[in-house]
Design a protein around this ligand. Sequence first.
Ligand SMILES: Cc1ncc(COP(=O)(O)O)c(C=O)c1O
Length: 383
Amino acid sequence: METIKEFLEARDREGLLRKLKPASSRKAGIIRFGAKEYIDLSSNDYLGLSGHPKSIKAAKEAAEIYGVGASASRLLSGDLEIYHRLEEKTAEFKGKEKALIFNSGYQANVGILSALYGEGDVIFSDKLNHASIVDGLMLSGVKFFRFKHNDTEHLNSLLKKERAKFKKALIITETIFSMDGDRPDLKELVALKEKFDCAIMVDEAHATGIFGKNGSGVVEEEGLTDKIDFIMGTFGKALGSFGAYLAASSDVIDYMVNKCRSFIYSTALPPVTIACNLAAIDLIKEEPYRRRELLEASDHFRNALKEKGFDVKGSSQIVPVIVGDNHAALKMAEALQARGYWVLPIRPPTVPKGEARLRFSLSFDHKAHFLERLVDDISKIKI
Ligand SMILES: Cc1ncc(COP(=O)(O)O)c(C=O)c1O
């Protein structure tokens, strides 16, 4: 087995070594490192809500009322009524009977999957599903199959061959993929779930707040709320705060409270964060122009890059430009950083080998004239 030093040296040689870089501030689409200022194209604060005056006011008021920490797990003395208010609001927002708040999306996925499924069961998971889903599969001890990305024919053939050998079965997908910005054929996935007697779970981390008439997500937009058994999502991206939720039937939520280890054995989120999440759901309803303008700008940006000949994926506020080689992606990112854009290269294992990319994560704060200048600057880079 390689030593720690050998591991680090190998990562460096392959252009895969990651380093932390502390920012001095990040607000309203601008990130600063000491005196240097960049336009932030790497955050998931898609609607610019993390610095919204209403969120900040809610945080201050909650700190006055509850203090800054929950001080215990919900099943001990950490169960403040504000969590229940957020759970009711989330359930209504997502159109489900009940909701449960989790401390992060990672903890939600790992905890939900391992609570619901185990030996003798099977899970069919999109190949590009987030690492927290993959870790949940491994922790649960189920047999799992990863179907080709967004390929319902491949899923169909796996289901035909494997489904009958197992007890419970689940199909799981993201509704907007975090690194590709694209979406699955959710109606077809629901049809397959029904045909093969499975349940279906979706991760709406990157869709919540952006898609659907009420901003609830892709499930709402496609009118599939009643057909999806488990709707998971996060508060840390478009909602500008932190934490995650599961929206499902009343029985499933009650089961989680008794069975889900990442929920039971962890101090509850700070009430300040819960207050920000409550404010964020209100803001999604009150300020729909944020998501409308964001999606319009994203379409223009994506089309402009395609016209310039770039290999661009997706159909959302996440706009990945595929570069391929790890070192080339690093160099392109550095060249853009030198021009004042905080863009990061995304490399394996986060994305498949040979598909290193620049991931432009757009926000309401990025206006059309700025995006036009960015397209020009990207086209000028020679690697
Ligand atoms: C699709 C998806 N699910 C889950 C997570 C984890 O959420 P959190 O950052 O709240 O842990 C992320 C991102 O981090 C994600 O992109």
